[in-house]
Design a protein around this ligand. Structure first.
Ligand SMILES: Cc1cc2nc3c(=O)[nH]c(=O)nc-3n(C[C@H](O)[C@H](O)[C@H](O)COP(=O)(O)OP(=O)(O)OC[C@H]3O[C@@H](n4cnc5c(N)ncnc54)[C@H](O)[C@@H]3O)c2cc1C
Length: 1016
């Protein structure tokens, strides 16, 4: 390894990008100009420089973003289309008339497509396969060996990437592992016969490993759960070890590719942990990719350098900018998380240059590899190396197969080693890779597009990114875009869930769980009219994962307590009603802040009392916070008097007034979120409220009561009344002094409440308003062209997440006949990868069900299912779960289900899913709509017309397209259904608060003796 001193160079600064350096700049421009000149002398036939159909297509795609989206979506769906008719249908749906551009000969073909679809489908498929062939080096190991030899003759080294990313089952992961081992064997055997290494396979100290394999961790096991790195690493190591062992035996190099941000910390931790294992401390040689578009890339690199020095294990670092910029940006925005990537392209470039220098300064332990198609980035690396007197063979450049061929040639000509990243595998299934490459080639911000279309001159392309940044106004100081200026001021923002892929967040929740476990068993009194009433019978609330553990004791309210609570609420009502809407909203905002500040404490409580897995608990508290803030904002809006019509001489307005006393009756499955929503909505509207939590989760209710009191809700305006529903709950519902009932729960109880509330008793002031949300029997339809890599994880989570105990959970899976076998095989194979366990463990998806009664009921349905349908899969529960006495139910899948079966008709509220086959979409929608319920539903399809049909024909309150069917977010997805799912109200929606208000219209004659005041 070259270790020339860099003493004369300033150290790479720890903050900011590289400072200006005119000498360096001049050298980079000269080096860049040299590379450009060489590239111009030998233009390679790249995708965009190629004449004919591709060039026209790409050109069009770049000019017309809508066409680009449609074209790439068509390319993406093509592999799943089995018949010519389907190919033609999708082609027409996506591209319509523009489809003729795919192939000139299609013009006449499309006209006749309905008669002879094969005439069109054949050439189109061939065309797309041909396009893929430009980026995929081959399909078989033999193709690969040929490519390696071609590369070697051209002086290029190679790294191999086996296509195939998402694995959803152990079987798929095993197959992928085997492909890796096979490739190591085949290629090693073939290379052994090739005597002379290529130019790029020779480092300063002699030959380098010629066999170089890149691996992606998401393809190694379905058991990757970024929030649970410890167990994920155990699972990943099992499949990594054989690869590393074989690599060591055959002298191969293994590179860890870097994927999306959620895997980043896990990949780094895995990399370090496995290389610290004794057998891999020396060999095989390894490398890892780091992405400079990440704001924390420098921190990771410095940390890696420190680790490498500590363990004395030299590695290669492949510096890339990063392939998932759009994805990371969209995802973070959707989740209200900090965006992990730089927002401006020159920032990624400048970071690349800074970390280039840092890599060179640590070349005694790191071999730098620069994977970039950007001439400026490459030229800068060459100059930084020259400055340090580094032998050009001590580092390398890397570029993708099928891209930037002229740059590869120019770098070779200037004496630099170049490695080509060759993707290998079946062409059609490799479409995800193709789409990524097409996007890269046509990206607005990318170097390749600017260069290939001539949008920028060579001089512009060689500009220093730091200089560009200095000359552009930072995003924060830019005037808002037109659309932002036009958008109305939005008073509400959703709370962000915790990102448990970050270690500090996991540590916080572990600490909160420990603290909560140490304080269990407290006694929680009733709260009526501001008084705590402690001298009642107390009932225990237990941890469903370990029922011997008592979370707390709650005081059981009596009928007399219910009467007292109604009286206290009635007494408090006038004062609370008179409190300004803004002031009431302010109290809810304070409650939201308090909930946020106690997020981890509530998370722990939700895990312990409701058996919620980590991410579910965290989403529960986010929703509770959202309800407070959203309804507060809504009440501020409704609190303003509205003019109904402007008429001269008459002032006509409408305003809202609260109904009176409301009772909120909540379920245990969203013990904080739904209880909060049902309570704070009537409360902020000015009603006095009696809050009745579910008996299984009364402790969470008691703590919420504390929060609301601390936030400023006055005595009597809110009363906490845990009780047994059938008795005291029923008494409250029937009470003549109760004006509104906000209920979420079972169909049986909901219907009873609806009926009881319809009876008007003597002394009753108002007709009772009932907001009633009940169950669901939710269906997800899988079309034959669905993206199964997306559909299977979504179906699994929708069915089994939180043990299927959500009213939105999936319980009927309707699969179209054409894709049935393909879906079912992968779905069933994927089921065992859903982690069942103690919800206190971060990776758990399926915990216990809420209590013994629920457990017995669900097990009863499973027995019923065995009689009616085919038991296709059932989890085996780990022995230690049973030992703790937890209320576990094994996730279960039935197939061959028919619409009249009990398991298909009745709500089960557990981890049980029934699969049905549908002939076509007509039958699928008929099956889906053929339930008593209409809550949530979904369709996975890549056919625009099928998605459109679902919008019109799939009649549920919440329809989800190409995503899971659970996880509604306040305001974004107003939640609630109809039929036996509820009365049609939408929690977290715009019209919700009106349920707890009466509208009042007021008209004042402003004309006095013919004189009217001027109009406002
Ligand atoms: C051999 C090889 C291996 C690779 N391995 C990986 C890998 O393991 N993991 C991985 O993620 N990628 C990998 N890549 C892909 C690589 O990240 C992209 O090819 C690369 O980002 C394109 O960068 P460039 O320097 O060639 O082009 P440029 O055009 O200079 O840069 C484009 C890049 O800039 C960044 N960018 C675009 N818009 C913005 C913006 N608004 N703000 C901030 N940044 C922006 C993005 O990263 C984009 O890809 C690899 C590439 C090669 C050649």
């Amino acid at each position: 390894m070259v270790t020339s001193p860099a003493a004369s160079l300033p150290a790479v600064p720890t903050t900011g990008f590289l400072p200006p350096d005119s000498q360096l700049e001049a050298a980079v421009r000269a080096e860049g100009a040299k590379l450009f000149a060489l590239m111009d002398a030998h233009p390679a036939p790249g995708l965009l420089s190629k004449k004919g159909a591709y060039a026209r297509l790409m050109d069009w795609a770049m000019k017309d973003p809508a066409f680009k989206t449609q074209l790439f979506r068509f390319v993406d769906v093509l592999p799943s289309l089995d018949s010519s008719a389907e190919i033609v249908r999708h082609l027409q749906e996506y591209l319509g008339d523009k489809a003729v551009e795919l192939h000139p000969a299609l013009k006449t073909g499309l006209a006749a497509a309905s008669i002879a679809p094969a005439l069109v489908a054949g050439p189109v498929k061939a065309q797309v396969v041909d396009m893929a062939r430009q980026f995929v080096a081959g399909e078989t190991p033999d193709d690969l060996v040929k490519q390696l030899r071609r590369n070697a003759r051209a002086g290029l080294a190679t790294t191999i990437d086996l296509l195939g990313e998402t694995v959803v089952s152990a079987a798929e992961a095993d197959a992928f592992l085997q492909r890796n081992l096979d490739v190591l064997n085949t290629v090693a055997a073939a290379l052994a016969k090739d005597a002379a290494p290529a130019f790029s396979d020779l480092g300063p100290a002699g030959p380098l490993p010629r066999l170089n394999l890149s691996v992606k961790i998401s393809a190694l096991t379905p058991d990757v759960h970024p929030a649970d790195p410890e167990n994920s690493i155990v699972a990943l190591n099992q499949r990594l070890r054989p690869i590393l062992r074989r690599a060591r035996e055959v002298g191969a190099f293994i590179n860890f590719d870097m994927e999306s941000y959620k895997f980043k910390d896990l990949t780094l931790a895995l990399f370090k942990s496995i290389l610290e294992e004794e057998e891999f401390r020396q060999a095989p040689p390894v490398g890892i990719a780091l992405q400079t578009y990440l704001r924390d890339c420098e921190e990771d690199l410095r940390d890696l350098i420190a680790w490498v020095r500590r363990v004395e294990r030299p590695i290669t670092v492949r510096l890339v900018k990063g392939a998932y910029w759009d994805y990371e940006t969209v995802l973070a925005q959707q989740r209200a998380w900090p965006v992990p990537v730089w927002s401006r392209k020159p920032e990624s470039d400048a970071n690349y240059e800074k970390l280039t220098a840092l890599l060179f300064d640590n070349r005694d332990v790191l071999t730098p590899a620069f994977a970039s198609h950007n001439v400026r980035s490459c030229a800068h690396a060459i100059v930084q190396a020259d400055r340090r007197g580094i032998d050009p063979r001590a580092y390398e450049f890397q570029a993708l197969f099928g891209m930037a061929d002229e740059l590869k040639a120019a770098l070779l000509q200037t004496g630099h080693r170049v490695r080509e990243y060759c993707a290998v595998g079946a062409l059609l299934p490799g479409m995800a890779y193709l789409v990524r490459r097409l996007l890269e080639n046509t990206s607005n911000e990318g170097f390749l597009r600017a260069r290939n279309t001539g949008e920028a001159t060579s001089a512009e392309l060689l500009r220093n990114p730091v200089e560009i940044l200095e000359k552009t106004v930072p995003a924060s100081r830019r005037p808002p875009s037109l659309s932002a200026r036009e958008a109305p001021a939005h008073p509400f923002r959703n709370a962000a869930n915790t990102d448990f892929t970050r270690a500090p967040a996991r540590d916080q929740l572990r600490a909160a769980l420990k603290a909560a476990s140490a304080q269990l068993g407290r006694r929680w009194p009733l709260v009526i009219g501001g008084r705590k009433i402690a001298d009642r019978e107390y009932l225990p609330s237990v941890n469903p994962a370990r029922p011997a553990q008592i979370v707390g004791h709650w005081a059981k309210a009596t009928r007399a307590d219910a009467d007292a609570a109604v009286a206290a609420a009635r007494a408090a009502f006038p004062g609370w009603r008179a409190t300004a809407a803004n002031a009431r909203s302010g109290i809810l905002d304070r409650a939201a802040d308090l909930l946020e500040s106690r997020r981890m404490e509530f998370n722990a409580l939700l895990i312990l009392e409701a058996g919620k897995p980590w991410v579910e608990a965290d989403a529960d508290i986010s929703e509770a916070i959202d309800f407070c803030r959203f309804y507060a904002a809504e009440m501020r809006r409704l609190g303003r008097t509205e003019i109904t019509q402007r008429t001269p001489g008459e002032h006509c307005t409408q305003e809202w007034t609260p109904r009176g006393v409301a009772v909120s009756i909540a379920p245990w499955n969203f013990p904080l979120a739904i209880l909060t929503g049902l309570t704070v909505a009537p409360l902020v509207a000015g009603n006095a409220v009696i809050m009745k939590p579910a008996k299984q989760t009364s402790i969470i209710g008691a703590v919420l009561m504390d929060v609301l009191v601390e936030a400023g809700v006055p005595p009597g305006a809110l009363n906490y009344l845990p009780c047994v529903g059938a008795d005291v709950g029923g008494h409250l519902v029937a009470h003549p002094q109760v004006d509104a009932i906000a209920f979420t729960g079972s169909r049986a109880v909901g219907c009873k409440i609806w009926e009881a509330a319809g009876q008007t008793l003597p002394g009753q002031a108002n007709l009772k308003k009932v907001v009633c949300e009940m169950g669901g029997k939710n269906a997800l339809i899988i079309d034959s062209d669905a993206d199964l890599d997306e559909a299977i994880p979504a179906a699994l989570y929708s069915a089994f997440g939180y043990s299927g105990q959500k009213c939105s959970a999936l319980s009927r899976l309707i699969v179209l006949a054409d894709g049935y076998d393909r879906f079912l095989e992968r779905f069933l194979a994927a089921c065992p990868s859903v982690p069942v366990g103690d919800p206190a463990q971060p990776g758990t998806v399926v915990g216990p069900v809420i209590d013994a009664e629920a457990q017995q009921k669900i097990l009863g349905y499973i027995e019923q299912g065995k009689k009616e349908a085919t038991l296709a899969w059932q989890a085996t529960l780990p022995a230690e779960l049973a030992a703790g006495g937890g209320y576990y139910v094994p996730p279960t899948v039935f197939t061959d289900a028919k619409p009249d079966y009990v398991i298909v008709r009745e709500e089960i509220f557990g981890p049980v899913v029934a699969v049905m086959k549908a002939r076509d979409l007509d039958e699928a929608f008929a099956l889906a709509n053929g339930a008593d319920y209409a809550l949530t539903g979904g369709l996975f399809s890549r056919s625009p017309s099928a998605l459109e049909r679902a919008r019109r024909e799939f009649l549920v309150g919440n329809l989800y397209l190409n995503r899971g069917i659970t996880g509604a977010i306040v305001e974004r997805h107003p939640f609630g259904g109809f039929k036996m799912s509820g009365g049609g109200t939408k929690a977290g929606g715009r019209e919700y608060l009106q349920n707890f208000l009466f509208p009042r219209a007021i008209a004042e004659n402003t004309l006095r003796r013919g004189f009217a005041p001027p109009e406002e």
